[in-house]
Design a protein around this ligand. Structure first.
Ligand code: 13P
Ligand code: SF4
Length: 304
């Protein structure tokens, strides 16, 4: 089926099934175009928790679909690209979290949503790149464990000089590979451009940033900024919504190599098949789901 016809069929099927299509900001353009909501991890989790739809179709990576099921267990969560796994989420196990707790008794565990349900189940509260600072600000303890992303943890540390943020050595391979040298070269090539970085970038890259934000935070900043040119330090998928929302502004990737393959596995065909067959589904086992929910809910209750 050609693209337009397939997209129209997906919208028709979604209506029939009372389904809500959620897509992350890194998803391929044609997936973003058929979604009911395109957003960052926090926006998508909030929408999954609040929607009245009976079915959620998650176009993203597995931890995102799991989070949708954690917050909305009564809904069917369809995950069209079941091989789409976040490389960072796979770096940490529940045993790693327990070992960190033992090594730092009394320190609460703040877990980035880019983690699997069994890791969330070992945690006190979750965070996303959009709210990590707000989440840590709610914790009175002086020692905080923040995992699995060492770059996000070190970014958060900048806001809390009186706290010690203990981190696990996980990272996003695509953000971590961006070097300060590449950023400096991009700045030389585009001297008028602001450099915007995702907090998953390494600290030396964050030091060069004019603004640091989640993917939706980057979109908001670029929409509202009076600047006309931006160097984008995140996964290249964000260039599509940036250019769509700001046709008169220029966006340059900080590196062409920041491509998360897992985020590109969703296709229109797979979304169509998922809605037609009502599978593959994502379901988190109930005992893990209930424990993970406490940490996710605690995060979602923090005012935005
Ligand atoms: P955001 O929550 O900022 O969209 O980030 C998700 C992600 O996977 C970044 O690599
Ligand atoms: Fe995970 Fe990195 Fe892909 Fe985001 S970009 S989903 S952190 S591997």
């Amino acid at each position: 089926m050609e693209k337009e016809k397939l997209s129209a069929e997906i919208r028709r099927l979604a209506k029939d099934r009372k389904a809500l299509i959620l897509a992350h900001n890194y998803q391929p353009p044609e997936i973003q175009d058929i979604a009911d909501l395109v957003g960052d991890s926090l926006e998508l989790s909030l929408k999954a928790a609040q929607t009245e739809a009976e079915v959620i179709v998650f176009c993203g990576v597995l931890f995102m679909a799991e989070t949708a099921h954690i917050v909305s267990p009564e809904k069917i969560v369809l995950f069209p690209a079941p091989q789409a796994c976040c490389a960072m989420a796979s770096m940490i196990t529940p045993e790693d979290v327990r070992a960190l707790r033992e090594a730092h008794p009394g320190a609460p565990v703040v877990t980035y949503v880019n983690s699997y349900a069994e890791v969330k189940a070992e945690s006190d509260i979750c965070c996303t790149s959009a709210n990590v600072v707000r989440v840590i600000a709610t914790l009175p303890e002086k020692e905080i464990i923040c995992l699995p992303d060492m770059n996000l943890a070190q970014y958060a540390q900048r806001f809390f000089p009186d706290k010690k943020i203990i981190y696990f050595e996980g990272f996003c391979p695509f953000h971590h590979l961006l070097t300060p040298e590449e950023v400096k070269r991009a700045k030389e090539a585009h001297p008028e451009a602001l450099f915007i970085a995702h907090p998953e970038c390494r600290p030396e890259v964050i030091d060069l940033a004019d603004h640091v934000a989640s993917t939706s935070g980057m979109l908001k900043f670029c929409r509202e900024s009076e600047h006309r040119e931006f160097i984008i330090g995140t996964e290249v998928g964000l260039l599509y919504p940036l250019r769509k929302q700001n046709p008169d502004k220029k966006f340059y990737p900080a590196s062409e190599n920041m491509v998360c393959e897992a985020m590109k596995l969703t296709t229109l065909e797979l979304v169509y098949q998922a809605l037609e067959k009502m599978e593959p589904r994502v379901e988190v086992p109930e005992d893990i789901r209930k424990r993970a929910l406490r940490a996710v809910k605690r995060m979602l209750e923090i005012p935005r």
